[in-house]
Design a protein around this ligand. Structure first.
Ligand SMILES: [Zn+2]
Length: 300
């Protein structure tokens, strides 16, 4: 008897992570490829079709029951549209209907960070709570909001924690000033350190390492990033009172090094609010793909 599986795709600006997942969300096949680009989504749909065929051929007797795909940008799940994705060069691409037409199976569709948050909420770091906020600190800073177990998406516009004004007045690539992202994203941490020290670093993790080795410039930059993030999370806590805030992205995978001082700053800044528990993401790099798998299962 054939095994039923779902195909899960986490599409980024540079690469596509693909997997066939069985009923327990265990991968029976995985692939990683450079993303096929064009401005209509056609090239990507052809690439995903080919990936389904290749992975199925290599996985034995499997039946692909549904497909799940998650992408970055402004994603409107209700309308079935990627409204804007700068990393993909897309505006108003109806990705799920293009995929359904091509593959002939039900398609689950969502935003990458939100789907990662859904995975953390159902099978990861927040599986025991009803209300959680999942924050990913990478090139940018985005948040997935789960209220009573349900994602809140605002048709793609909710969760822009990186663009909350925390009052530092510095410009942000979004056009505003004072955004969390301008001091606390991995990109900003690396850029601000290079600016102050005159030493070009490969990324934010290198700055964190310099900080632990006693570098004064790194200490300033990390301190400002943690303060900025704590201020952003204070707003989240005050508005939504999540039981848990899950921190993901490369910077927080290093362990309690950043999580503990962040939790302390957040807790110290609260007066009457209920302090949320801060937890490290459990699913790491796989969260987006597992989230796509969950969306595929829900679409069946
Ligand atoms: Zn901004």
């Amino acid at each position: 008897m054939s095994t039923s599986v779902v195909a899960a795709f986490d599409v980024g600006g540079t690469s596509v992570k693909a997997a066939l997942l069985d009923e327990t969300l265990r991968p029976v096949a995985t692939r990683r490829q450079a993303t096929a680009h064009d401005d209509t989504g056609t090239a990507l749909v052809a690439q995903l079709d080919k990936l389904v065929a290749e992975m199925s051929a290599g996985a034995g007797d499997v039946r692909v029951e549904a497909v799940g795909v998650v992408v970055p940008g402004v994603v409107d799940e209700e309308a079935g549209l990627v409204r804007f994705a700068s990393n993909l060069g897309w505006r108003n691409v109806p990705l799920p209907s293009l995929l359904r037409d091509r593959l002939g199976v039900p398609v689950g569709f969502g935003h990458d960070v939100s789907a990662g948050g859904l995975a953390e909420a159902r099978i990861g770091a927040a599986r025991d709570v009803g209300s959680a906020v999942f924050t990913s600190v990478g090139t940018g800073i985005a948040a997935a909001i789960l209220l009573n177990g349900m994602p809140y998406r605002g048709r793609g516009y909710a969760g822009e924690l990186g663009h909350v004004d925390i009052g530092h007045g510095l410009p942000c690539p979004c056009g505003a000033r004072g955004c969390v992202e301008a001091v606390a994203s991995a990109r900003s941490i690396a850029a601000r350190y290079s600016e102050r020290s005159g030493y070009a670093v490969s990324g934010a993790l290198e700055v964190v390492r310099a900080w632990t080795a006693g570098d004064a410039h790194a200490a300033e930059v990390v301190d400002e990033a943690l303060s900025g993030l704590a201020r952003g999370l204070r707003i989240v806590t005050t508005l939504l009172a999540p039981e848990v805030i899950v921190l993901g992205g490369g910077l927080f995978e290093s362990g309690p090094l950043l999580l503990d001082p962040l939790a302390r700053r957040l807790t110290d800044s609260l007066t009457f609010q209920r302090p949320p528990q801060l937890r490290r993401a459990e699913l790491g790099d796989e969260a987006g793909c597992l989230g796509a798998g969950l969306l595929a299962r829900d679409a069946r």
